[in-house]
Design a protein around this ligand. Sequence first.
Ligand code: GLC
Ligand code: CA
Length: 527
Amino acid sequence: MSSAASAGPWWRHAVCYQIYVRSFADSNGDGVGDLAGITSRLPYLAELGVDAIWLTPFYRSPQADHGYDVADYRDVDPLFGDLADFDTMLHTAHEHGLKVIVDVVPNHSSDGHAWFRAALSADPDSPERARYVFRDGRGDQPPNNWPSVFGGPAWTQVPDGQWYLHLFDTGQPDFDWDNPDVGDEFESVLRFWLDRGVDGFRVDVAHGMVKEPGLPDLLEPVGAGDLEAAMSDTVRPYWDQPGVHEVYRRWNRVLADYPGDRMAIGEAWVVDAAAMAQYVRADEMQQVFNFHWLEAPWSAAAFRTVIAETYAAVDPVGATPTWVLSNHDVTRVVTRYGGGDVGRSRARAAALAELALPGSAYVYQGEELGLEQVDVPEQARTDPSWFRGSGPGRDGCRVPMPWTGNRPPYGFSPDGVASWLPMPPDWDSLSVAHQSDDPDSTLTFYRRALAVRRELLGRLSDQLEVIDRGEDVLVLSRAGEPALVCVVNCGTVGAAVVDLGAPLLTSEAAAVADGMLAPDTAAWFRA
Ligand code: GLC
Ligand code: CA
């Protein structure tokens, strides 16, 4: 561990694989993924070559938002198994050398949480209600004009006439973080999972917990519409309030009580890279998702801007960046880049760029298979944002993983079982088994890229230079012995790379021919 890149805590350069628990692997044939299913597929992830896994919520929950509505933060929902299944999964992951990050959902609980049920049966001015945001209305109207991210008003009225705030679904009441009970409870929840041995937390809606005092109306009321727009619409009296940083200072001290570089990564959809970097100051979280790449189009100029702004923000606070192409809330990257062969080729090229960059990369399950967004039939949709009128919803990026076989459920569930979301009939060539045998598949490409990255890391530093080779070509040079040069061609004609020698790795078999890098491809060189 001599060079800058491989030194320091494990998470600084980790490739972390996001498991959407419902959709990864179903061990008991009820059509829904579960913890035992994950355990059975850990060898696949170890072989893929990732360093860590992040599991979306598996806690007790009525599943109004597929687990992001937690009824008991210290137990596993029977749908996914039990605490013993969790311990087995964790222990087995560690045996495979994989770190485990779990989701924590501190902005809101479920309306089935014991605290919320107590609040409902208590008086309007009771201490039970004071753990959530209950207010009187304005006449027969809600207390203010805030919309839910999922569409419709952010308030629901209870029988005695008061209203409670939910920035998301009705089933997800927001906590009042000004109430000391809430902070104490979450410290205890973190310790519960840290004591069990988790390596870190992914913090849901990390920019949302503190609301502007007085809950002022929005000056420009927004209507229901586009979910992705609502999430990235960040200048609001409930997003990114200064007080939220106190929460992470406290959590930083909690994590420091444990050995082994435990960490937290925040999901903070904030206005720009500078606001993002506030969450990773030395005494706050270790990482924050950098969503700017996934918000950028397929464009070398856009990628250069994202990289420059990311470094300008994280360098002053001494943090390393993270890179994200997709997750369970956004359109799959292949589709975003145009779909089909072109989209897949671009997605592989973008992955090569992200894996060359210093810092940590988050890979969403199915990215390594080149899965596309699925147009889930309306009658099969389940996302609360769809029901609340915010567009088609997120089911299309949450369709279960195809493992094997040539028809649904492709080994996700036992044969003959209907998976919780229907799987497309034409996914057989995308299955893990099928792609494992194909030297040109996206899966083989990911395995190779992750293996080469791991091998190179010890000889690379965090020093990055963005080199000018024309408007449509992104050229990154990461210092080392030798340096790693990544060239991405976002243009429509070949890009000369003859001076860089033979490529070490390419995003497509035929990407480099006669010293030219084809459009929509990328390559690594050692220079
Ligand atoms: C986060 C999650 C998303 C969830 C929302 C409410 O954005 O990633 O899936 O719906 O928070 O908890
Ligand atoms: Ca199951």
